[in-house]
Design a binder for this molecule. Sequence first.
Ligand SMILES: N[C@@H](CCC(=O)N[C@@H](CS)C(=O)NCC(=O)O)C(=O)O
Length: 203
Amino acid sequence: MILVGRYLSPFVRRVGTTLHWLNIPFEHRPLSPALDPDAVRPYNPMLKIPALVLDDGEILIESSAILDSLLQTIPDQMLLPASGLARRRVLQQSGIMTSALDKSVAAVYEKTKRPKEKIHQPFLDTLIAQAQAGVDQIEAQVAAGKFGGTTNPTIADITAAVGYTFMNAMLPDACNAERQPALAKFAGEFEQTNAFKACQFQV
Ligand SMILES: N[C@@H](CCC(=O)N[C@@H](CS)C(=O)NCC(=O)O)C(=O)O
């Protein structure tokens, strides 16, 4: 298997850390759609990462679909329950964090991809507020003990931890240890695991 995309992307990193968590071997190609478009295009003509090339050559995109496809091939895995309420909860928790990350990435692009005079501050403020509203919900759930943590993780735990590290680095006013103390501690514990250390976040 080949995972395409840099661990700067929380979407790539949630796939990479999950693969490491499960000890699934893969090759990592840290390509950037912005910096290496010609190299990314064969994996995804829409120039989005992550892409995962399976051993038979099939290419999967979209981190949630990638994780779902991978996990359903592993009997008795505990990262995503197979059905029922438990599965719905994990998918919803993951969905809140990935939505916050979508808004965070959009905010970063709004700040970095436009000439300064073309940045529309009210739109940027809305994106950041939306991202913050998502991560605040995750903070409340972590504080209430609704996540498993490093001893009993699901893909929602991995996504929450990856998401905190990304948002704290990229949008520190919206996401920081004062505002989300339970999530900050939780993410810090995940960052000490071998799976997370193998997928270092780098700006
Ligand atoms: N919903 C997608 C989001 C992926 C995503 O937004 N990737 C960003 C990097 S963090 C990207 O490829 N951006 C390039 C672009 O949109 O042009 C997923 O879960 O995989």
